[in-house]
Design a protein. Structure first.
Length: 299
């Protein structure tokens, strides 16, 4: 394990300790970059013995708890007692002093957001020197809740081909956090009409050459020499698709070509174009083309 991986594991354990929780599901072997995911539970009602200084930016999303669930939290010396419902989120930036006590067992999603990932994501659209992410006592934010659930579902259903999806969702989440929970609103950079044609072609060529791999948003942005959010925005302006949607489209198109021009089985084509299993191929194929791979092969 590399030094960076050791540091990530240490940070992840510290975050779980901070929330006094244990992991049920994580992205340990999914190669997600910049974001750590844990689906967690607490064994019983409890209180942290001491105040914790958070080692990295974290969000905790409460997903399952009894109707009379109450949490008392102290953030940087300020205390608040809250009755929570499903979907409440706690936002704790790096360096925040935190303590909590609750009255029941609960389950939730804990996300760790690497500071380097935040900087890369926002560097071309937001002046980070003028902004500071603010800690938030539990607040109901439907978008944070839905992103958390979407990451959990993607990890459960498509673990080994989920990297681009996860990094795209994390980029959206980070942008949302800085638009709504930062000390000052960001200064938007003037956008262009899209990616330069030569950069767009480089990215598209790379995607087609690596359809059988778990393509990540970071490597696509690096290829275009842009930050994550700036690349995602310009790519969509150029193609009409998000990077994740475009990769799915390319995989379906390649699968169609192989169905028509080769004798490969549908199962072999599934893995050759980068889908995790035949069910995923069939679902996306039917959604985009209106028929299943089996129907195309039979015709």
């Amino acid at each position: 394990m590399s030094k960076t991986e050791h540091e990530c594991c240490a940070i992840e354990k510290a975050i779980l300790k901070s929330f006094n929780r244990q992991s049920l599901l994580s992205n340990d072997d999914s190669l997600w970059s910049g974001i750590r995911f844990q689906y967690t539970h607490s064994n019983s009602a409890s209180a942290l013995p001491d105040e914790i200084i958070f080692p990295e930016n974290a969000i905790h999303i409460y997903t399952e708890m009894p109707s009379d669930y109450v949490i008392e939290a102290r953030i940087n010396g300020r205390s608040q007692k809250s009755s929570l419902v499903t979907g409440h989120s706690l936002i704790i930036p790096r360096g925040t002093a935190y303590w909590q006590s609750d009255n029941h067992k609960s389950k939730g999603i804990t996300l760790g957001l690497n500071s380097g990932f935040l900087a890369r994501t926002l560097s071309e659209s937001i002046d980070l020197d003028c902004l500071e992410l603010q800690p938030q006592f539990p607040t109901f934010d439907p978008l944070i809740y839905q992103i958390g659930l979407a990451l959990k579902a993607e990890l459960e259903q498509n673990r080994h081909c989920s990297r681009l999806y996860a990094e795209s969702a994390a980029t959206f989440l980070v942008t949302h956090l800085f638009h709504h929970y930062a000390f000052r609103f960001p200064k938007e950079q003037i956008t262009t009409s899209g990616l330069p044609k030569y950069k767009l072609q480089q990215v598209i060529d790379y995607i087609y050459a690596n359809l059988d791999c778990d393509i990540g948003l970071i490597e696509l942005a690096d290829l275009a020499q842009m930050s994550l959010s700036h690349f995602s925005r310009l790519f969509k302006q150029s193609t009409g698709y998000s990077p994740h949607q475009f990769v799915i489209k390319c995989r379906v198109e390649q699968a169609l070509e192989l169905l028509l021009k080769s004798d490969l089985s549908i199962a072999d084509i599934t893995y050759k174009v980068g889908f995790a299993n035949q069910g995923h191929l069939t679902n996306h194929f039917k959604r985009l083309l209106g028929v299943t791979p089996k129907v195309v092969r039979e015709k």
